[in-house]
Design a protein around this ligand. Structure first.
Ligand code: GDP
Length: 140
């Protein structure tokens, strides 16, 4: 199996709950290598660009308000089967349905304030990684 890259965001709700350290520890304990990491705030406009795929969803405005409401931590991660394995570690979008031991079960407040983002496919991972990181920012 070859190494795969994925992209994740520790969302503003999890940053406010002081969950950054715990979530990063879970990445490392579960075999993800951190290739890049940055803490930043994004504007409403940047959140709209990042979530453009959701433009027609009823929660688009609320989601982009939330994602621009405070600091986030963006990371590029690498491991075998990284995309699917991160989705598993994150848990279901709605924390009420998230399995025990997942990041969302532990840290999410509700279906919107759900602590973490993770790419859902290879094409979205490529788009999302390049949205937040330039090639030179990734560790080899
Ligand atoms: P994900 O891939 O598990 O993050 O879920 P989606 O791609 O379907 O949705 C993107 C993000 O939009 C989620 O992580 C939530 O923050 C938010 N979201 C998803 N579904 C809902 C919803 O039904 N209501 C609200 N308010 N937010 C939602």
């Amino acid at each position: 199996m070859t190494l795969q890259r994925t992209f994740t965001i520790i969302k503003p709700d999890a940053v406010k709950k002081h969950a950054i350290g715990d979530i990063i520890e879970q990445f490392e304990k579960n075999g993800f290598r951190i290739l890049a990491m940055k803490m930043l705030e994004i504007s409403k406009h940047q959140a709209e660009q990042f979530y453009a795929v959701h433009v027609n969803r009823p929660f688009f405005s609320s989601l982009t308000d939330f994602m621009s409401s405070g600091p986030i931590v963006a990371l590029a991660l690498e491991k075998e089967n990284a995309i699917a394995d991160l989705r598993k570690l994150m848990g279901a979008t709605n924390p009420a349905q998230a399995e025990e031991g997942t990041i969302r079960k532990k840290w999410a407040t509700n279906i919107e304030y759900n602590a973490i983002h993770g790419s859902d496919a290879e094409d979205t991972a490529r788009f999302e990684l390049s949205f937040f990181f330039a090639g030179y920012e990734l560790a080899i």
